[in-house]
Ligand binder design. Structure first.
Ligand code: NAP
Length: 235
């Protein structure tokens, strides 16, 4: 069986760590990025693999990426953006962009990846949700709503695609110190760390290793699951 993967949003943060973890497990990892070309190129060189620029929110760019890349057996839908603030301060354009990237991006990539997976009756899809879905978060309503959609999509696709031999799961990171949390103060991050059962925030590698396990044959009977990687932040 071929081991070709695509990790979306792999130029930085959790996606970059995921690309490294999968490569270490023998996957040929294709790297998607949108704006961080320098970082994507450096990672591509490090892993001796190809990089593809595409805004996952744009169906035509995603289609062009798959056309250039070829089929994959593993799709990790990691690309995502955050929006923090009072819901009354959010514009419709910001709301639409959040859903276009966090939810539409998964739809566009899944749609392109599926024909090959269905043809070979094998495939693995791993989406990215958030620990926030368990508890909700003030000033994170719209972002959390996108992750709710991701969880619904994950469970329904698991049912729809199970008969075709395709597993669909999602990973739910806790507080992982990446650029996404750049607007948080050190005090806020320390407070989150203290709330976690393990007493710390996560590193991108803490999530990447779980994704690599989900992609492995060890998890061949796991589908429709939302797997937390949050250090026990919400129990
Ligand atoms: P990050 O450090 O901000 O990195 C985001 C990645 O997504 C970057 O590689 C970025 O690529 C890519 N991206 C953004 N918009 C894109 C688009 N339109 N098309 C293609 N790629 C795009 O974020 P992160 O913390 O690693 O988060 C990764 C995932 O984990 C997201 O889905 C996020 O919601 C989820 N998550 C994170 C946390 C956390 O605490 N960090 C917690 C729960 C869930 P470019 O820079 O190249 O544009």
């Amino acid at each position: 069986m071929q081991k070709r993967a695509l990790v979306t949003g792999a130029s930085r943060g959790i996606g970059a760590a995921t690309a490294r973890a999968l490569a270490a497990e023998g996957w040929e990892v294709n790297i998607n990025y949108f704006q961080s070309e320098t970082q994507a190129a450096a990672l591509g060189k490090e892993l001796n693999t190809r990089i593809f620029r595409a805004d996952v929110a744009d169906p035509e760019q995603v289609q062009a990426m798959f056309h250039a890349m070829g089929p994959v057996e593993l799709l990790v839908n990691n690309a995502g953006i955050a929006w923090g603030g009072l819901i009354t301060d959010m514009t419709s354009a910001e709301w639409n962009r959040l859903f276009a990237v966090n939810v539409g991006g998964i739809f566009h990539c899944v749609r392109c990846a599926l024909p090959h997976m269905i043809h070979i009756k094998h495939g693995i899809i791993i989406n990215t949700t958030s620990v926030l879905m368990k508890a909700g978060g003030s000033c994170e309503a719209a972002y959390t709503a996108t992750k709710g959609a991701v969880e619904g999509l994950t469970k329904s696709l698991a049912r729809e695609l199970g008969p075709s031999g395709i597993r669909v799961n999602a990973i739910a990171p806790g507080c992982i110190e990446t650029d996404m949390l750049a607007s948080f103060t050190r005090e806020e991050l320390n407070a989150t760390a203290e709330s976690a059962a393990l007493g710390r925030n996560g590193y991108p590698e803490d999530v990447a290793s779980v994704t690599a396990m989900l992609a492995s044959d060890a998890c061949r009977f796991v589908t429709g699951a939302i797997i937390p990687a949050d250090g026990g932040l919400i129990l």
